[in-house]
Design a protein around this ligand. Sequence first.
Ligand code: PRP
Length: 214
Amino acid sequence: MSSSDLIIALTKGRILDETLPLFAAAGIEPVEDIAKSRKLLFESNVPGVKLMVMRGSDVPTYVEFGSADMGVAGRDLILEYGTEAFYEPLDLGIAKCRLMTARPVGAPPPTERLRVATKFVNSAKRYFAEQGQQIELIKLNGALELAPSMGLADAIVDIVDTGNTLKANGLEAQEVIAQISSRIIVNKAAMKMKYERINDILARLRLAVEAKVS
Ligand code: PRP
């Protein structure tokens, strides 16, 4: 790989399904079908622009350290990682959802310190501190919705889209901590060193986002 290449880290999974059409509308497409390949690094139709595919939680790391020049990451993971580590110039308006607190349906107000299970520990810590509420945090990596019914926690902090997962597990959403969508993030040094190319890609994506909205 040449250091003059422009590397874009994409979040795999559901976000990728919404990212690829937007990138295609911006004139940036992988030269082979990402879904049909086990590869993680792809050439694109734009000379010198390469696309990587990884877990969303790893995109901020690749971008902060400059192994990727740009990335597509959910705002939930950006907030969790820390927003100072890179620039965040564009909201793609895709994969929209909310980061919320949730508790069992009809749960009485807690009399003791609330036990909160989440994988978004930094966001949860910040939120409850802002509320002046002392909590006990329990870090989980998935299936958060099980924690209250299994007696592990009184509440969870998780992503809510349709609300079906909460409902299916006897939980109800309470407070919105943040509105979430996927964003473009850019490595700070790359923004200076590769300004023209990054700016060109941002301009194309901005137009594609606007065309989708209107
Ligand atoms: C997310 C989240 C919830 C679910 C919410 O999980 O953690 O479980 O989606 O969506 P809903 O409100 O439409 O039911 P995801 O499937 O992204 O997997 P994850 O557990 O790996 O985050």
